[in-house]
Design a protein around this ligand. Structure first.
Ligand SMILES: Nc1ncnc2c1ncn2[C@@H]1O[C@H](COP(=O)(O)OP(=O)(O)O)[C@@H](O)[C@H]1O
Ligand SMILES: [Mg+2]
Length: 340
């Protein structure tokens, strides 16, 4: 029987290697309190070109950390260094407090990564493929396979042959297979590459479930919306350097405001009404427009406060309603200048 090569885009620059075996079941249960992963001053230089430049970050236990940056920013190179597939030019990686250099076994014991070409049998069902991977991993109960098929929404199609799966289903089976050993950290590198919008959404739905199960997730992506919706924290890289890092909520607050236009009304009167709205932090007047600092979703409260005072808004517009402007601002560079 031949083994098909699923064309996963994940860990795309880490083509030279294969994540070593899958031993060590149940590490999820035995984790301590420290960060599951620490990157300390990681750098990688290819000849004259610095792909990753003094990058330091932690992945905390149980969080989804979005690793966001335009193509060529150095994400996959970083992932390759975390997996021990690419040797850092300088800096180090600690997994569960253990330095990766000289301890390559810490990777298979703690990390599940979707590798580029996980092997699945085309003529076996999704379930039987998972069983085959479970045999290789050893010590995986059948109930775990059931749970994983549910987790990735393949339970209703688990008897279908792998070769009849859509690309998105194949990708989800790949995610299930990395979870067989219950790794503490799951690394997804551009997991929705090549998928249609429905397939992308199916992957996005799975990611929070991984965190609910207790896995930490490092999600590398160049697509803001993919990261923004599912991450607890986000770090943004450009040209191998960390630009900013923080919770998604914090980032959304930074620089965001709501513009309110109330025609035919004394602006001072409108400002007084808006300042009484509990969620409103600040109101200023700029060229006839009221600039309101408040959470993104305060439009209804603002509108109601105005109506109660017999004032009617001409428009209420949320500016920077997503991280998008922030992301573009921070990574501001024309895409044609990006090496990839
Ligand atoms: N083996 C390599 N040799 C030379 N340059 C490389 C190699 N791998 C990656 N690069 C370069 O390093 C930069 C970062 O690549 P990569 O880590 O794949 O970025 P990302 O995953 O963020 O898109 C790119 O400009 C890429 O061309
Ligand atoms: Mg990449």
């Amino acid at each position: 029987m031949s083994i098909s090569q699923v064309e996963h885009q994940s860990v795309s620059s880490a083509t030279s290697g294969h994540v070593p075996g899958t031993s060590g079941i149940g590490h999820l249960a035995s984790r301590g309190d420290g960060p599951i992963l620490q990157a300390i001053g990681l750098s990688k230089q290819f000849k004259q070109f610095v792909a990753v430049d003094d990058l330091s970050f932690d992945v905390r236990q149980g969080e989804v950390l979005g690793f966001l940056g335009p193509n060529g920013a150095g994400k996959s190179t970083t992932v390759g260094m975390i997996l021990g597939l690419i040797k850092p030019s300088s800096g180090s990686v600690r997994i569960m407090g253990t330095d990766l250099a000289g301890n390559s076994a810490v990777v298979p014991e703690n990390i599940g990564a979707i590798i580029e070409n996980p092997a699945f049998y085309p003529y076996l069902s999704g379930r039987d493929n998972l069983r085959a991977h479970a045999l290789a991993a050893g010590n995986v109960p059948e109930s775990r396979i059931d749970d994983l098929l549910k987790l990735v929404n393949l339970h209703e199609r688990s008897k279908d042959k792998f070769k009849n799966y859509s690309l998105g289903m194949k990708q989800r089976l790949g995610i299930a297979s990395t979870l067989l050993t219950e790794p503490g950290l799951v690394i997804l590198d551009e997991p929705t590459n090549g998928l249609d919008p429905a397939g992308q959404r199916e992957i996005r739905e799975i990611i929070p479930r991984l965190a609910e199960e207790g896995h930490s997730v490092l999600l590398a992506s160049h697509m803001l919306h993919e990261v923004e919706q599912v991450s607890d924290r986000v770090m943004i890289v450009r040209r191998g350097k960390l630009i900013t890092e923080g919770s998604v909520d914090d980032m959304l607050r930074r620089g965001g405001y709501i513009e309110v236009i109330v025609p035919d009304v004394d602006p001072e009167q409108a400002m007084r009404a808006l300042r009484r709205v509990p969620v409103v932090e600040q109101v200023t007047l700029e060229e006839g427009r009221l600039i309101v600092v408040a959470p993104d979703d305060s439009g209804v409260a603002i509108n109601r406060a105005l109506i109660e005072q017999n004032m009617f808004a001409g428009s209420i517009t949320s500016k920077h309603s997503s991280l998008e402007d922030l992301f573009l601002e921070m990574t501001d560079e024309p895409s044609e200048s990006v090496k990839s």
